[in-house]
Design a protein around this ligand. Sequence first.
Ligand code: PEP
Length: 250
Amino acid sequence: TPGVKPLVAGNWKMNGDRNALHEITAIANGIDGALDEKIDAIICPPATLLYLAAGSVLDTPLSIGAQDCHQSASGAHTGDIAATMIKETGATHVIVGHSERRTDHHEDDALVRVKAIAAHEQGLVSIICIGETKDEREAGETLTILGAQLAGSLPENCTEFNTVVAYEPVWAIGTGLTPSIDDVAEAHAFIRSRLEDRFGEAGSKMRLLYGGSVKPGNASELMAVVNVDGALVGGASLKSADFLAICEAY
Ligand code: PEP
């Protein structure tokens, strides 16, 4: 999107221990310089690594994000982590509504929405994920589903500064499958028009990432699609060489 700096975000999911921190350092060093002019980059390690990861990227262009947050500021929510706590680690972003959270933890659009509000209240950038399942795509329901997820998951206070939308077809995550370039273009054009209808100017500048089996080998063609403002990368973000190769696709 003209005037929008692309964002390459890595989601480590439930992978990585302190021995993996050198990958984060290598990514930070790798984007420092020419790449930093072209793209923004963030890595979302498991919550256990947030403090160490955020500490290790100080004074580098790499940012750190969490993979989820709770909607409340504190309280009786065993095992959950508040946006305030994420903020305190030095992280600046948080993924909400990832399809694995929607499936494993039965998160729905209404919950994703209040999580995004909690993130925004703490000054964190929310990366709000949406995407259709294989059955929904085969039934021709993709755009209907995306429209409903956008309406339900994005709070009213979204701006181009506090929100990134990630389109991740559920069937493309971790499978090595990707939609055709035409299908990516269609989904992103649809999402963009809904964002513009609802958020006006901010909707035209909000970053819209594609996610689902992005690899060094397919990144350039996916990132060249109109309205694709970057990538959300799972498996290929675990190794700095792969992640940097995807960043180089710009
Ligand atoms: C993801 O989990 O956001 C993702 C896109 O995973 P992968 O790149 O491994 O498909």
